[in-house]
Write a protein that binds this ligand. Sequence first.
Ligand code: ADP
Ligand code: MG
Length: 507
Amino acid sequence: MGKLGFTVAAATAAVTCAVAAVVVGKRISSRRKWRKVVRVLLEFEESCGTSLSKLKQVVDAMAVEMHAGLASEGGSKLKMLLTSVDKLPTGSESGVYYALHLGGTNFRVLRVQLGGKRSSIVKQDVERKPIPEHLMTSTTEDLFDFIAESLKEFVDKETGTSSDISSVARRELGFTFSFPVKQTSVSTGILMKWTKGFSIRDMMGKDVCDCLQQAFSRQGLNMHVASLVNDTVGTLALGHYYDDDTVAAVIIGTGTNACYFERADAIIKSQGLLSTTGGMVVNMEWGNFWSSHLPRTSYDIELDANSPNPNEQGFEKMISGMYLGEIVRRVMLKMSQESDIFGPLSASLLKAFVLRTPSMSTMHEDESPDLREVARILDDVLGIQDVPLKVRKLVVNICDVVTRRAARLAAAGIVGILKKTGRDGSGGIAGGRPKTASNSKPRRTVVAIEGGLYSNYRMFREYLNEAVAEILGEEWAPFVELKVTEDGSGIGAALLAALYSSEIVDT
Ligand code: ADP
Ligand code: MG
């Protein structure tokens, strides 16, 4: 039953004592209600089970799906997009480079000055700007002109000079564009689909870099788009700049995704791209991973059915910051429908996504003896007042089950990547099937991690780190390091611009 079962049993015992003095009829009915609620929790906990053997099945499934996604387009729920990034920064890059990050409600422009040796970043400046909402559904020209203008202001302000084409040398820029793109080179990519509230029809099927480059010309900005990457690839680039044992990057924030460096001979897609000899970064789009081994509950099924993208992003819906609070709310709602432990059914508890993951982590990590923070959030966010301590503990338990499952599944995904690349001690996969025996030697391996869920939610981070070590086992775990790489998505794009700009011939 584990730690949680014990807590619930203890809480059950406590409530039994608490009601001892009350009249017999009332006692029986409140005991019955409490039992019902405990049953909801125990059933939920059981269907969220992530035993070591279950996690190992998820590891194998991830490795096998990676293989299938690489082998043929549409061969897996994992898109396994080839990025054309066939080398990574080493730490010896030098000069001033720019990056532009588009992929949410804010966009960022940044400038880094690279020291030329020992991975030094001499100076960096960042500016954030919200995207005016009407531009998210306007035209390519309107959106990109706005971006180019903001960039021009940033450049002029930083340098104190004009960035007009005629007056200065061309600058190189990396573009982090976190939407699905089909790339044919590091600086060419066709938009496949808009997500995150963007919908600009006249850009579908167009080359994203061309669109940006044209906006730069219209604004008279002497800037060249040298690399187009998504945020995971940027994170991998920054991780590798600092530590060249970095082989993969994982984003765990509002959404989740991963990329890794794959050997050329393992990339067997028939795209005529593989003149490359050393391999290439593959953007897995792992949020869409699915396997029958994933521990799915009735709450997950309902969340998915009510989402705007049912049957998509199944892994993400169990793991990322966008969804964890919502799963907790759904379990609480069920309890509230089965009993009155939260008082009369609260109207707020019926609102989808009202409980955000940062509030959930505040409740989960509340260390005050009377769980004051839990009480505050229940009141402020869900309109639930005056809940006794045992009920607050129950809420903490729900948060624990949801986060523990999420973190352990993400850990299994990471080890899946290590397995696919032969760095987990299992011998990798052969012919699309996992191997079990291994006689390879451990090698130091670093995975770069970025994202608000991992960096701000301590319990999530601890569960994830712990599970990676548990799955790998004593012999291999000491060789694998998970390293937080803050703002990799921006700086990493600038690093890739540095790496690739020298190759670009003027046209
Ligand atoms: P994005 O993924 O949108 O690029 P971030 O990497 O900053 O942005 O991640 C933000 C997400 O991280 C939030 O949507 C939220 O789900 C999660 N998050 C941020 N802070 C916390 C926190 N204190 N506790 C739990 N989750 C958090
Ligand atoms: Mg991000």
